[in-house]
Design a protein around this ligand. Structure first.
Ligand code: ASP
Length: 439
């Protein structure tokens, strides 16, 4: 078994957390390649080391004294070193960082030091080899990830390496300058390492026991999703449910390597398994519910619209010309509705309305604001009759008016539009009928 194990910032925020991580790694011989994030928050109002580094570098860039800020960062690491009783010293590393900050090494270099130093500590603590991703993870000059070069370099570098710590989040341009992924990018590093070594599993350890059926701010203690496919995950993430960096999916997905989301604070929980496809039946008919507020709908009516070839194209062209993307487009015989993000639309509202008047001469054009979209997602819906019916009756019982429904032909999701103010209650009603009622 070859496993890549990535630990998020909260899993590595203190010596106590490091110890939990150590136990997890030692509990399974397969956990041979470790990807650490930078130390995250120890308590709610705490600051992540990555944010401290950005702030510190901003001072250096402004030619202000940054010694206090850098000392505070050093103290975070020293606290971990002392708590673990390690003898490693980061003094020289911090002197080098100070020099690089003064020389203007860049924001990405600054942020990357969070992972770099945590990787040094982790390698020392575990007795694993340290591999600097600056030598194995590469970016093109425009800052996009160079997948091919990275995959080659990583597979060569790791071929004969039994155990290694490879910090997440960063790599380098061809000339050696440091470049980072976007925030949360250690997830991506884990994924590309898993691909390079043909891992059996990519374990992503965080502070929740997996992907939840819905938002815990709306439903108290929602159920955990046991198995989810990449497509379902994408649908739910798009609608705002996040546990994993979006780009972490692509490298492993193509290789058929499953991702297992696990909880460092509850290592016995099985977490969520993310797979390409599965014949495992989901526990409930639906896999998850996610949604977002803040949409507007533009209703267009015109007699005989259905006979007018090119009508839809002309309307959408107006949106395109104004650089506004649309989310959904349910239509009737002589009506068409376009759902857009309200804030994005507001800036161009008058121009778009005028453009549509000119382009298709509608009989009426109406705008409705403050709408929410809810995605009910699940591969189990395909083989089940009456899913939509149950959603509608649940919403009717909760006195919620449905503004729109849209079911993709894949039958993987049903999108429902409701008023913003009905959003939470709608999610509760759907959760209750499919999950609570089945427990
Ligand atoms: N430390 C980085 C961040 O805070 C990357 C990561 O944690 O994945 O975004």
């Amino acid at each position: 078994m070859k496993k890549v194990v990535k630990f998020g910032g909260s899993s590595l925020a203190s010596a106590e957390q490091f110890q939990k991580v150590g136990e997890i790694i030692r509990a399974d011989e397969g956990r041979r390649y470790v990807i650490p994030s930078a130390p995250g928050k120890r308590f709610e109002k705490d600051t992540k080391v990555t944010d401290m580094l950005y702030a510190c570098y901003a001072k250096a860039e402004a030619k202000e004294d940054f010694s206090e800020e850098l000392a505070a960062i050093e103290a975070r690491y020293q606290e971990i070193i002392d708590g673990l009783g390690l003898s490693i010293s980061l003094k020289e590393e911090f002197e080098e960082i100070a020099r690089q900050f003064e020389a203007g090494a860049g924001k990405d270099y600054a942020a990357s030091r969070g992972e770099y130093l945590n990787g040094r500590l982790m390698a020392n603590y575990l007795g694993y080899e340290f591999i600097d991703p600056a030598e194995a993870v590469f970016f093109f000059d425009d800052g996009t990830f160079n997948a091919e070069k990275t995959n080659k370099a990583l597979s060569v570098r790791l071929k004969d390496t039994q155990t290694a710590v490879i910090p997440g989040f960063y790599g380098a341009y061809d000339d050696g300058r440091i470049c980072t992924f976007s925030r949360g990018g250690s997830d991506v590093t884990g994924s590309i390492v898993a691909k390079a070594i043909f891992a059996d599993m990519y374990e992503n350890w965080t502070d929740v026991s997996g992907f939840l059926v819905t938002d815990p701010r709306i439903i108290e203690n929602p159920e955990v999703i046991e198995t989810i496919t990449y497509r379902e995950l994408r649908e739910l993430s798009y609608m705002g449910a996040t546990v994993l960096h979006e780009d972490a999916i692509f490298p492993v997905r193509k290789e058929g390597i499953p991702i297992n989301i696990r909880n460092t604070n509850r290592p016995d929980d099985r977490g969520t398994l993310i797979v390409e496809s599965t014949c495992r039946r989901p526990k409930f008919t639906i896999t998850g519910i996610a949604g977002k507020k803040g949409f507007a709908a533009l209703n267009i009516e015109k007699d005989m619209m259905n006979a007018e070839i090119g009508f839809g194209r002309k309307v959408l062209e107006v949106f395109e010309e104004n650089g506004v993307s649309f989310e959904h487009m349910p239509s009737g015989i002589d009506t068409m509705t376009i759902f857009v993000h309200q804030t994005e639309f507001e800036e161009h509202e008058q121009k778009i309305m005028a453009g549509i008047h000119r382009a298709v001469e509608p009989d009426s054009l109406e705008l409705e604001a403050d709408l929410a979209l809810i995605a009910v997602v699940g591969r189990g819906m395909r083989s089940n009759r009456g899913v939509a019916g149950r959603i509608f009756s649940a919403l009717a019982h909760a006195n919620i008016n449905i503004k729109m429904i849209d079911q993709g032909s894949s039958e993987l999701n049903i999108i429902i539009g409701v008023r913003n103010e009905d959003f939470e209650n709608a999610i509760k009603a759907i959760y209750d009928i499919f999950v609570t009622a089945r427990l």
